[in-house]
Design a protein around this ligand. Structure first.
Ligand code: 13P
Ligand code: SF4
Length: 343
């Protein structure tokens, strides 16, 4: 067995500041007015607005594309717009900048960080790599550009297993920074030589296996959709294997994978184990089905920093801009390109 990583630095919770979630009091007319003004400014600036599935409802509604980390990176890579307004979090805007060095990438609020990305510094990665010479580093997209630049492959929750499976079996893999996703991918790919860094997302960690089973007990016909960053993912996978959870009704999916899954499923009720911003689009797209959050308190304060007012300001001032330095972008590009190729 490999030695566990000794984290010499700050505990994860002290590496970031959770922003307060702004309560907005706009009337529906005011929301519509702001959305109309945003669309005008997008045209004027030749800009595209990309929004993650966890964004506020009214931000998702005004976006050109709403999707998961993989889908948004694909959209960024192929856009012909001069400006990308990224309504997501910092590492997502950085990934867009890595892919589009000639474009202006805006993040409407710089407080939109990510607890998972904050769990791994470049110094820690270097220290860890030095302990495992010859190992291949697979970085989840929820990492800084500097970490991506030191990694061999990048992946998202939509293609993590495929990326790992593409690496020769005899190669040791350092999977960073999510221990839940890492353990899940090791189980899925039956990979014994995958070592997962012990980071986690503070939102998904709170989604526990007891909440999933309670949901199933109260609604025996419900279908379970579980994001692989969840604290419950390994135990739910083990329960699927031993038959405690129904194999035919338990699915481990990225956020966009959940949308695709629902379109093909005959089920009427779905338990959604991820951040609750997901529910808005699911309910709009499938109004005759029921979507229930496994943990209604699973809210990402970082994602909710982006508001219509901040998007407006961003488009008016063309700031705050996220620009990954050219040399870091060049070195990170190989790992990010592999993420886009292995789908
Ligand atoms: P997805 O790529 O599945 O959208 O996940 C991104 C993320 O940050 C989940 O917390
Ligand atoms: Fe990061 Fe977690 Fe928020 Fe996703 S939900 S952006 S992993 S803090």
């Amino acid at each position: 067995m490999s030695e566990p990583l000794v984290i010499s630095q700050l505990p994860y919770e002290e590496r970031y500041t959770l922003p307060a979630i702004e309560r907005l009091a706009d009337t529906p007319e005011q929301v519509l007015h702001k959305q109309t003004r945003i669309r005008e400014l997008l045209r004027k600036r030749n800009a595209v607005l990309l929004a993650h599935n966890y964004q506020r409802d009214e931000v998702q509604e005004v976006a050109d594309f709403v999707g998961d980390s993989l889908g948004l990176s694909q959209q960024a890579a192929r856009t012909e717009s001069d400006v990308i307004v990224f309504c997501g979090v910092h590492f997502m805007a950085e990934t867009a900048s890595i892919l589009c060095q000639d474009k202006t990438v805006l993040l409407p609020d710089l407080k939109a960080g990510c607890s998972l990305a904050a769990a791994l510094s470049i110094e820690e990665l270097r220290e860890w790599k030095a302990k495992y010479p010859g190992a291949v580093v697979v970085a989840y997209v929820n990492t800084s550009a500097a970490v991506k630049a030191e990694s061999d492959y990048c992946c998202t929750s939509a293609n993590a297993a495929k990326v790992v499976a593409s690496i020769p079996e005899d190669k040791e893999i350092l999977f960073v920074p999510d221990k839940f996703l890492g353990a899940f991918v090791a189980l899925q790919t039956k990979r014994k030589n995958l070592i997962a860094y012990p980071g986690y997302c503070h939102v998904h960690r709170t989604i526990r296996s007891g909440q999933v089973t309670a949901m199933l007990e109260s609604r025996p016909e419900i279908e379970l959709m579980i994001h692989p960053e969840c604290g419950c993912v390994s135990s739910c996978m083990t329960k699927v294997l031993d038959g405690t959870l129904p194999q035919r009704r338990t699915f481990f999916l990225s956020t966009e994978g959940m949308f695709r899954h629902v379109q093909e499923s005959p089920a009427k009720q779905f338990a959604v184990a991820t951040e609750i911003g997901m529910l808005h689009r699911l309910r709009i797209q499938q109004p005759d089905r029921d979507f229930l959050p496994v943990n209604p308190d699973a809210v990402c304060a970082f994602m909710k920093t982006i508001t219509l007012d901040k998007i407006l300001r961003s488009l008016e001032t063309l700031s705050p801009e996220i620009r990954v330095p050219a040399e870091t972008a060049r070195r990170a590009r190989r790992a990010v390109d592999r993420m886009l190729e292995i789908v």
